[in-house]
Ligand binder design. Structure first.
Ligand code: NDP
Length: 341
């Protein structure tokens, strides 16, 4: 019987917000599995702000998705056919180069096995013990280097990365202020995650609120958002403070030039260390970070949320949630059921 694969193809580069028709949902024949390859059934697709960057042709850290190609995206799946003697049927793996599709054909050497840790669901390996957890871990600890008693500010604080940043900073003894959109997100990070204060940027003056909650200035700014929020934080940073530049989500849908900080001179005057990073820079240390993050989760020291939308066909409507904030936790799409154990 002919096998088919449902795929999302990039049809044109979005102008501003992702729009109907930028991607097309198609069915294509699934080729036979070549020798040395595995056929992986997608279980979960990871939706990330960087998907919007990959859809564009702006200068970026890896080549953009070409028009007509399958949309790139992190994924975890189960091996249904294996022509690689080293990989067993039934293994749970992450293809190195995942995509928005039901099936991945991949060389056996290009899939990463997902470990099993009792007490952790598979979705944990796509969030807190996966890319977004690693992003928080390395950006904060390798660049931000918070010390006990220092003040750490994190934007997109209730999101997949920001919520973990704040909790690790608390474990290191810092005072943590999160900036998030809406009362419920602010309540979650303070009452459930233990942040010292939250600023609702949708209803508060961020500058005034920072003055109130950071009376001794800011020692670490974990920057996820950019734009006016970044300007307000930068203006209050201390001498020799650090700023891991993780993301600039408020600018990803902008057309044309994207503006930088309006108060660039602050970096000179306050001798601030600003360092951009991409989590894959730390690939050789992922395992070490996973062990520590998993331990913290199992000990109840770090909490996390995943927001799972159902059905590959809903990937485009789901990815938009990252830009309007109407998701609650690490955004995933469940593409097919997890195998029964
Ligand atoms: P989140 O789960 O944080 O979702 C994105 C959140 O960003 C939304 O929920 C919303 O939160 C906030 N947001 C969206 N648009 C705006 C805006 N215009 N102004 C202010 N806030 C906005 O996603 P991630 O945790 O995956 O990503 C957070 C950041 O980290 C992104 O910038 C992303 O690009 C970056 N990142 C970088 C990586 C790296 O390797 N450097 C790896 C992974 C992520 P709210 O509801 O609070 O407004």
């Amino acid at each position: 019987m002919a096998r088919t694969n449902r795929q999302w193809l990039l049809k044109r580069r979005p102008e501003g917000d992702i729009a109907e028709g930028d991607l097309a949902f198609v069915e294509t024949p699934l080729p036979e599995t070549p020798d040395g390859h595995v056929l992986v059934r997608t279980l979960y697709l990871s939706l990330d702000p960087t998907n919007r960057i990959w859809m564009s042709d702006m200068d970026q850290y890896m080549p953009p998705v070409e028009i007509g190609d399958v949309m790139r995206g992190g994924a975890v799946g189960v091996v249904e056919e294996s022509k690689d003697p080293n990989i067993k049927v039934g293994s749970i793996v992450a293809p190195m180069m995942g995509g928005w599709q039901d099936w991945h054909l991949s060389p056996g050497g290009m899939v990463r096995p997902i470990p099993t840790i009792p007490g952790l669901p598979l979705t944990a390996f796509m969030s807190v013990v996966g890319l977004t957890g690693w992003t928080a871990y390395f950006g904060l600890l390798d660049i931000g280097k918070p010390k006990a008693g220092e003040t750490v500010v994190v934007s997109a604080a209730a999101g997949a990365v920001g919520s973990i940043v704040g909790q690790i900073a608390k474990l290191k003894g810092a005072r943590v202020v999160g900036i998030a959109g809406g009362a419920e997100k602010c309540r979650w990070i303070t009452q459930d995650l233990g942040f010292d204060a939250a600023i609702d940027y949708k209803s508060e003056d961020v500058g005034k609120a920072l003055d109130k909650h950071c009376p001794n200035g800011i020692d670490v700014n974990f920057e996820n958002v950019g734009g006016e929020i970044m300007d307000a934080v930068l203006a209050r940073m201390n001498n020799f403070s650090r700023m891991p530049l993780c993301g600039l989500i408020s600018t990803y849908n902008d057309k044309g030039d994207r503006r930088g900080p309006s108060n660039f001179q602050q970096i000179l005057m306050k001798r601030i260390l600003v360092k951009g990073f991409i989590v894959i820079d730390y690939m050789s240390e992922f395992e070490k970070a996973s062990m520590e993050l998993a331990q913290w989760v199992l000990e109840g020291k770090i909490k996390y949320k995943v927001h799972v939308e159902q059905g590959l066909e809903n990937a485009v409507s789901a990815v938009k949630l990252l830009f309007n904030g109407k998701h609650d936790g690490k955004l995933l799409v469940q593409v097919s059921p997890e195998p029964k154990v």
